[in-house]
Design a protein around this ligand. Structure first.
Ligand code: ACO
Length: 349
């Protein structure tokens, strides 16, 4: 059975740089608070009308495909991970297929938020291993800047997120030492409402018994979207930051160790850990807990903020472009996010 290799990788971030100081024009926050709690110095925001989640994904995909030496006609499956799609439906996969004038191939959308890219990679890996597809395009892209509360009310969430996209082309390899060694996926819906965007949605307040106090204040969910939902800011993401932090620092090390154990490896064998860029403090905590050196972990949240499904491919690509990921290196990808969902992938580059 062939293994799956990353044949090409690319990323795209919008030109518009938004500093922490820029955000102080809209909300009561400060550069000091944001840097101290999250490590973020700046993030990118997409052009308001010229760029969408899909168009950014297309830009990243073009670079990945060129590096893999394939054309749009060669791609035989698309997997697109995002939580900020152009449309509620259809998904971004078909919009990318149209924009890149690809054949009438399958297009699958993944909605696993911050774990979206690792989930997408895992799905693609199965299709390659079974021989079903030869060139799979996996994209993670987000346009968060369109869906955040830029008032002081939403400051604990809105300062964290940024826009951008990353993409990889996956192909089979017969080199037994190369490619994706294993992937590991998990979920626990017990705390689904701790990091969520409730509306628009079809829940009609059905989950209020299992949800948290703030959610009970939601307007009667007799409609998909109502003026009250907008007035009450129910259309913006909700996050219980401290709860997310606590769970993330447990699950990141756990799922990284799971991947290492499955392959008979140890933390010292990792050449580069690419954690989902949730928060620099989370990455530092994980690094410390696993006893990893600075040169074994790559972070770029300082420049881009948290780009959810795009954060891992952007960071992986940037690390590779800087020569920090080389042939033969053991690369570990790890993610944790809304759901909660989490996962890891171990790759021999
Ligand atoms: N600027 C200034 N003050 C703020 C801001 C802001 N942007 N946001 C919140 N505050 C204030 C709060 O209002 C509160 O003030 P109060 O004490 O007067 O009530 C105070 O800061 C502390 O608020 P907390 O929410 O308790 O802040 P905390 O210290 O927990 O930090 C943070 C918030 C950074 C979100 C933290 O909880 C965290 O890192 N959580 C992890 C979650 C995370 O990183 N999520 C990323 C997205 S999810 C993912 O990718 C997995």
């Amino acid at each position: 059975m062939p293994q799956t290799k990353i044949a090409g990788i690319g990323y795209y971030v919008p030109a518009n740089i938004v500093s922490n100081n820029d955000l102080t024009k809209y909300m009561d926050t400060s550069d000091e608070w944001i840097q101290e709690r999250t490590g973020i110095k700046e993030r990118r925001y997409a052009d308001r009308t010229g760029e969408t989640t899909t168009t950014m994904g297309v830009e990243a995909a073009r670079i990945a495909m060129e590096r893999a030496g394939v054309t749009a006609q060669d791609i035989d499956f698309i997997i697109f991970a995002t939580l900020s799609p152009d449309y509620y439906f259809p998904g971004c996969g078909v919009l990318l297929q149209r924009a890149m004038q690809m054949r009438e191939i399958g297009a699958l959308d993944i909605r696993n938020q911050c774990s979206g890219f690792v989930y997408a990679l895992s799905v693609a890996d199965q299709f390659i291993k079974t021989g079903m597809y030869k060139n799979i395009l996996v994209v993670g892209s987000e346009k968060h800047s369109f869906g955040l509360d830029f008032t002081t009310r939403g400051r604990n969430v809105s300062v964290i997120f940024g826009d951008g996209a990353g993409a990889v082309v996956l192909q089979p390899t017969d080199n037994p030492g190369q490619g994706i060694l294993s992937t590991h996926l998990h979920s626990d819906g017990a705390d689904a409402e701790l990091l969520a965007m409730y509306n628009p949605g079809t829940h009609a307040n059905h989950w209020k018994e299992t949800a948290y106090a703030h959610f009970n204040e939601a307007p009667i969910g007799d409609m998909f979207l109502s003026h009250r939902m907008i007035d009450d800011a129910q259309i913006f993401p909700y996050m219980d930051g401290p709860a997310v932090f606590k769970k993330a620092v447990l699950k990141f090390p756990e799922v990284i160790m799971e991947a290492l154990s499955a392959n008979g490896l140890q933390p010292s064998d990792i050449n580069m850990l690419i954690p989902h860029q949730a928060n620099l403090r989370i990455s530092q905590f994980v690094q410390q807990k696993m006893g990893l050196r600075d040169d074994q972990v790559y972070n770029n949240i300082q420049q881009y903020g948290n780009t959810t499904a795009a954060s891992i491919p952007i960071a992986l690509c940037e690390a590779w472009e800087k020569g920090l990921v080389r042939e033969g290196d053991l690369v570990c990808l790890a993610a944790f996010g809304s759901g909660f969902t989490w996962g890891s992938a171990l790759i021999r580059w």
